[in-house]
Every structure is written in structure tokens, then in C-alpha cells.
Design a protein around this ligand. Structure first.
Ligand code: ARG
Length: 216
């Protein structure tokens, strides 16, 4: 059987795994977004003694280990999640740390002179944040956030190690059923590539549309 007939026979089954992959990625990314904003908020208050170590620890340990800790480790403490919830939490908690850093560098990139000018016009601290810093910081963050979303999609393939039947796991099934690992994983890779490429490509468009004068 050549690659084309393999594609016709197993392609649709493997590609169907993208549904679970995307469900998982979108929900985890949104969890990361909410927690990321909270972490950013905390890092400007005394709450930073929690936020900073959290961000460092999450970014300094492998995502796979975090998944294994949540799924296999936490039950020892009486905390038990099913596989889907575990991977949703692991990906979301992980992405939160990266998203918090994205927001932090966006906020830092606003030129100080704008803040000083706003203050000299009588803006309060809150008004400076709300009307000067935040609208620009969000726009600046968008390309990196899209990038982060693409990362989450790719990292979600780790869900297969705890038995979630998403894109990668469907490829594993087909590989062991047909003994055609090369073809099976090529199809898996192709589906990830098409989706991720489409998303990052559309991000370039958004970036152009939202271009802020004075920023490169
Ligand atoms: N593969 C890396 C790890 O295991 C990256 C984790 C996720 N990265 C991200 N931007 N959400 O640590």
C-alpha cells in the first residue's frame, strides 16, 4: 500500500483526533489566560511572593513531569482527577506562567515617557493603567499570545501519555494496528503543521492590522 492509499484509508481517522486536541488546547489556553492575568496582577502586589516562585517553578520543570505529578502523584494526597481534567489543569497551569510573562514584558515595553505624560496631565495611577498601559499592552501581547496558543496545541500531544485519545494517540493506534509507524506519524505531523501554520499565519495578519505606530 502506498502512502496515498494509506492516507485515504487512515487519514480521516487520524485527522479526526484534532477535535479533542483543539478542545483541550482552547480550554487550557483560556485557563492559562485567566490565571496569567491574575499572576500579572499579583506580581505588582505583595502577592508576588507567591506569583514569582510559581512562574519560576512552572517554567523550570518539564511539562511532562507536571502532568505525571497531577495525574499519578496527587491521588497520594487524596486529590484525584480523571485523565482529561488532569491534562486540562496541567496545560492550563503551565501556560499561565508563560502568559503572565508575556503580559509582564508587554507592560514593561510601554515607554515610561507616556506614563509620565499621563501623570502630568492629572491621570491617577489607575487611569494611567486603564487608559494608557493596558490597551497598548494587550495589543502588544497578541502575537505572543497566538504563539503561546500554538505551543499549547503542540504540547497537548503529551496528553497521549496518560491515555487521552487525541491526535497523537490516534496516530499511535494506527501505527500499532498497521505497523506503518512512518506513515501514521507523518499524517499526525502533517495535521499539526496545517493547523499551527494556519494559526500563526493569521496572527501575522492580526499583528499588521493592530500595528501600533512607533513599535516595530
Ligand atoms: N516543552 C517545554 C517543557 O516541557 C515547554 C512547556 C510549555 N511551554 C509553553 N509555552 N506553554 O517545559
Amino acid at each position: 500500500m502506498d502512502f496515498l492509499s494509506f492516507l485515504v484509508e487512515y487519514g480521516p481517522y487520524i485527522a479526526g483526533g484534532i477535535v479533542v486536541t483543539l478542545e483541550l488546547s482552547v480550554s487550557s489556553f483560556l485557563l492559562g489566560l485567566v490565571l496569567g492575568v491574575i499572576l500579572l496582577g499579583l506580581s505588582t502586589t505583595p502577592g508576588k511572593i507567591v506569583a514569582r516562585p510559581y512562574i519560576e517553578i512552572v517554567r523550570g520543570t518539564p511539562l511532562l513531569v507536571q502532568i505525571l505529578l497531577i495525574y499519578f502523584g496527587l491521588p497520594a494526597l487524596g486529590i484525584k482527577f480523571d485523565a482529561m481534567t488532569s491534562i486540562f489543569l496541567a496545560l492550563g497551569l503551565n501556560s499561565a506562567a508563560y502568559q503572565a510573562e508575556i503580559f509582564r514584558s508587554a507592560v514593561k515595553s510601554i515607554p515610561e515617557v507616556q506614563i509620565l505624560s499621563a501623570e502630568s496631565l492629572g491621570f491617577s495611577g489607575y487611569q494611567v493603567y486603564r487608559y494608557v498601559v493596558l490597551p497598548q499592552a494587550l495589543r502588544i501581547s497578541i502575537p505572543s499570545l497566538v504563539n503561546e496558543f500554538v505551543t499549547v496545541i503542540k504540547e497537548s500531544s503529551l496528553a497521549s501519555v496518560i491515555g487521552i485519545v487525541e491526535l497523537t494517540r490516534r496516530g499511535e493506534y494506527v501505527a500499532s494496528y498497521t505497523y506503518r509507524a512512518l506513515e501514521a506519524y507523518l499524517v499526525v505531523a502533517l495535521v499539526y503543521f496545517i493547523v499551527c501554520y494556519a494559526i500563526s499565519h493569521s496572527s501575522r495578519r492580526i499583528e499588521k492590522a493592530l500595528k501600533i505606530p512607533g513599535y516595530t
